[in-house]
Write a protein that binds this ligand. Structure first.
Ligand code: PAF
Length: 282
């Protein structure tokens, strides 16, 4: 497996594979890879002849008050995980390789990016759409893989691919959890021992919401209110949002019908964690 740092090296390698008639899968990541990422890479390896993993902490999707500097990085461990999982190439550019000093073109999205995380992170999806567009143009994959844990991001990318005719198949992969239920996330490393225990309120609350929907509750306010009440039992938790939305448009809904996404962002201490469930409701 190769690790490259430039757009040119990545393009040259992909061109070589294309000459041989091989298919290419892309797994975009910000590194510090865990079993969640590994499941995306494994799926990509299963479905493509060659797999590129991008490892890039994208500065333009972080607001100035967010954790860009603190975001964990470990390229050596990432390389080991990618190699063991069967990836063929890591693209690990420096920010200067991706963004010229006078970089001035962004991909902006309305509607899907406005609720949920878009409310408290107003520039986030502009940064995500811009970097993912660049990665799509650099790698030109047949398929690209994203985790369901970032359910709004997945919906945003699907909409962007449709709207801008990228001609890439977007594959969403299920949330991978720790044994006790906490959704895997690179940001879990920020948690102290006490916070790690408190963070279980997220997955417990997801389970509660899921059970209410399974039991037939269709009033989204009732589900969201019960989830909020449950989170409030944890003194270390501070709610950013709990919302029920249409899973495709990410617009708020009163009645749970069709494919629905119930998502939350909760601070445990200074760490902002997200979790969600998707249900198909008659
Ligand atoms: O989900 C992530 O890790 C990032 O948002 C992504 C898609 C790699 C873009 O930087």
């Amino acid at each position: 497996m190769k690790v490259v740092h430039t757009v040119k090296e990545t393009r040259d390698q992909v061109r070589e594979w294309r000459k041989q008639g091989l298919t290419v899968g892309l797994v975009p990541t910000m590194g510090f890879l865990h079993e969640g990422h590994q499941s995306l890479i494994a799926k990509a390896v299963e479905e493509n002849d060659k797999v590129v993993v991008s490892v890039f902490v994208n500065p333009i999707q972080f607001a100035p008050n967010e954790d860009l500097e603190a975001y964990p990085r470990d390229l050596e461990a990432d390389t080991r995980l990618c190699e063991a999982t069967g990836a063929d190439l890591i693209f690990n550019p420096e920010p200067e390789e991706m963004y010229a000093p006078d970089f001035s073109t962004h991909v902006d999205m309305e509607q899907v990016s406005e609720q949920l995380c878009g409310k408290s992170r107003p520039i986030h999806f502009r940064g995500v759409c811009t970097v993912v567009s660049k990665l799509f143009n650099i790698v030109c994959p047949d398929k690209a893989y994203f985790g369901q844990k970032d359910a709004q991001q997945l919906a945003v990318i699907k909409r962007m691919v449709r709207d801008l005719n990228f001609g890439i198949e977007i594959v969403g992969c299920p949330i991978i959890r720790e044994e006790d239920g906490l959704a895997k996330s690179s940001r879990n490393t920020y948690l102290s021992e006490e916070e790690r225990k408190a963070a279980l309120i997220l997955s417990k609350t997801i389970k509660l919401g899921q059970e209410m929907v399974e039991a037939g509750e269709r009033d989204s306010k009732k589900v969201v209110d019960a989830m909020i009440k449950n989170i409030e039992t944890e003194p270390m938790a501070k709610i950013d949002y709990v919302q029920a939305v249409d899973a495709v448009t990410c617009q708020e809904i009163d009645t749970l019908k069709g494919e629905v996404l119930v998502a939350m962002a909760v601070y445990i201490g200074k760490t902002r964690l997200i979790d969600n469930f998707i249900a198909t409701v008659d």
